[in-house]
Design a protein around this ligand. Sequence first.
Ligand code: HAM
Length: 433
Amino acid sequence: MPTKPKTQKIQPVQRPKGMHDILPHEQPIWEKIKKNARDIAEFYNFSPIEIPLLERMELFERSVGEGTDVIEKQMFTIVAKGNEKLALRPEATAGIARAFIENGMSQLGSPLKLYLEGPMFRYEQPQAGRYREFHQLNFEILSNESDPIYDAQLMLVFTRLLESLKIKNITIKVNSIGCKNCRPGYRRKLQTYYKQKKSQLCKDCLRRLETNPLRLLDCKEEQCAPLKADAPIIVDELCTSCRNHFKSVLDYLEELKLPYALDHRLVRGLDYYSRTVFEIVVEGYGQALGGGGRYDYLVELLGGKNVPAVGFAAGMERIIDVIRLQEINLGLREKPKIFLIYIGDLAKKRSLLLIEEMRRNHIDVAESLGKESLNAQLRVADKLGSPLALIFGQKEAFEESIIIRDLKTGAQETIPLAKLAESVKKKLKEVDA
Ligand code: HAM
């Protein structure tokens, strides 16, 4: 007799490393953050914009900068048919600047305030608060003037967003990294300083010393940390115009009473910044909730006119981490407190219309209409933790009534269907009391 072939166990396909499903029970918190961000965007006149998830690789090389970690290590790239080199967007600012130029958006007036939310992709080593797919809320202001008031307004918007989510103990870390005129001098000073310490630098910093010396200040390696303490400070090297700009930003922050702190080592990891850079951190959480700054040359660098701009992006995953860390109760939509149970075909048939009546009266109701037995339906109600059940049987259907039962105490009463909404609302109040 031929031997029976062994049945092979089918291995389920797993999600890519560093990427996550956002499951139904997690959706309310994501929706809440997006709703608050959209409300704030609307109030401060930021118009929504969407851009492709894929852009030409060249866009990021030219804007984010070739010597940055994002370009050197973190790009998800695709070579499409026709040898077109594309990349999943690691951030949105470059794409927004591209869209601004390509769609002639300077015609739309100045300042142009834009809001974008969505996923970004970076090939990072996944760890807490650092993923390969993550979600950002971006606020950008493109205007004809490099006016410091916009820098401050964005920090205000970011702060208000976090406050609307009841996040406490935030600090805005702020610095200026100068402009085309003053930064080269500072960069040389920094190079001279670090060249004398070459033997103490990590491998990455040795490379950065030649390609992108400002990034030396951002190195997280322990061996490089002490060198940072004595490194020259950029604000000492700012030209008059950058110094005035920075001073005005700080004046506005004072006026707004925003919780800021100067951070002379803050340089940010993307090349397109000039003048103001900032990040928001929260006490007890190791990563920045978001960051941003001015990018006065980006539009021009990408082939557009001279349009100074400033913006920031907040990371949604990190905001959620902090909401959990601070045990914040956002009063998210609760599960329905009423569970509708039917018994028999006539009641089943009429259940859909009963639910419609509840909908008209803004009463949330759960059901499992596909389950025939009373016990099976009760089990679902129990699993959902519904405190109240509406029980609709054959008899009730004929008599135009329904039973409302307290599932904890078992107490129940029969009410006329004509008074359904009114009676349910009354009972819900009793349960909530
Ligand atoms: P960024 O600092 O690279 O700036 O990212 C902003 C925020 O996105 C971070 O503070 C963090 O909350 C979140 N984020 C970044 N990488 C990850 C990751 N791997 N996992 C989880 N969250 C992450 C930008 O992207 C700039 N485009 C911001 C900007 C807008 N500048 C001007 N306008």
